[in-house]
Ligand binder design. Structure first.
Ligand code: OGA
Ligand code: MN
Length: 293
């Protein structure tokens, strides 16, 4: 069966047909998927009834895994999934939804802000592959925004202003935006800011994109309030409806996005209902600007 991709978003995002992700990828299929990512930046695979092992094997056939260690407030002893997965669920180890005021849940609410995965790591993520194992009765959509289209739509003056710009990214900044500030000293140290360039150029397509994320909380050389206001304006610009695709989840969907070219955010859902989402992540090639590891 041949792979086909049908565009489902306004300027990006494609739904892929003609592939069974449980089967080993041929090199031609892997090449078509990478090419699809270069073009669409988000790919949707429906009705893929994968085990965790099959999800992981599919991910590995596209590149190197980024492990999820120490990126949430779950202690290692509280991990529900192996570190090859980011646990994006609202569930504890016994598969029970977190209490409404559980700080692990409150930290996870940061995913409702527009972001790019692992922009708080010096080598940030390439692709993320999120699979729906169980979904709530309502809400819980995921939205994606095309940062290439957002860059293209900037006026020339702003393009010149962002060229060469370097930002500080940290989960401390994104959580501060939603009033979550009760970090321990250990967490503050673990979440200390890293540097990222603002404008990225895609290695295959050559398209420029805005590397924005709610984790960005400072601009090198700028006074803080001016930087924060500027970053807010850019995110507002970049997430206008014409650049956004909303994914309505079905169980057994797998959605893959390129964190170098898009932002995404979760939408709210009833706090007492399980939402079991599991994510594998492909590591990026390296830092976007020179800095200590
Ligand atoms: C993620 C993420 C959004 C969602 O998996 O990185 O931000 O809707 N998920 O769960
Ligand atoms: Mn995310």
């Amino acid at each position: 069966m041949a792979i086909t991709i049908r565009q489902v978003g306004p300027c990006f995002a494609g739904e892929v047909d003609g592939i069974d992700l449980r089967k080993p990828l041929t090199s031609s299929e892997a090449a078509q998927i990478h090419a699809g990512m270069d073009t669409y930046a988000v790919l949707v695979f429906r009705d893929q009834k994968l085990s965790d092992e099959e999800h992981l094997a599919f991910t590995r056939s596209l590149g190197d895994i980024e492990h999820a260690i120490g990126t949430s407030l779950r202690a290692a002893s509280e991990y529900r999934l192996p570190t090859t997965f980011a646990d994006v669920s609202n569930l504890d180890k016994s598969e029970t939804p977190f209490a409404r005021d559980d700080r692990r849940r409150l930290f996870g609410i940061g995913n409702r802000l527009w972001h790019s995965d692992s922009s708080f790591k010096s080598t940030p993520a390439k692709y993320s592959l999120l699979r729906a194992v169980s979904i709530p009765s309502k809400g819980g959509n995921t939205q994606f925004a095309d940062m290439r289209a957002a860059y293209d739509a900037l006026d020339d003056e702003t393009k010149a202003e962002v060229e060469g710009m370097v930002c500080e990214h940290s989960q401390l900044y994104s959580r501060q935006l939603i009033g979550f500030t009760d970090f321990t000293d250990e967490e503050r140290e673990r979440f200390r800011p890293v540097l990222q360039c603002m404008v990225r150029t895609h290695p295959a397509s050559g398209r420029k994109s805005l590397y924005l994320s709610s984790h960005a909380g400072g601009i090198v050389g700028w006074p803080m309030p001016e930087a924060r206001a500027f970053l807010r304006d850019l995110i507002e610009h970049a997430t206008q409806r014409e650049f956004v695709y909303t994914h309505k989840w079905r169980v057994n969907d797998l959605v893959m996005w390129d964190n170098r070219q898009t932002m995404h955010r979760a939408r709210p859902f009833p706090a007492n209902e399980p939402r079991d989402m599991r994510r594998t992540t492909l590591a990026g090639d390296g830092p976007t600007v020179a800095q200590a590891a």
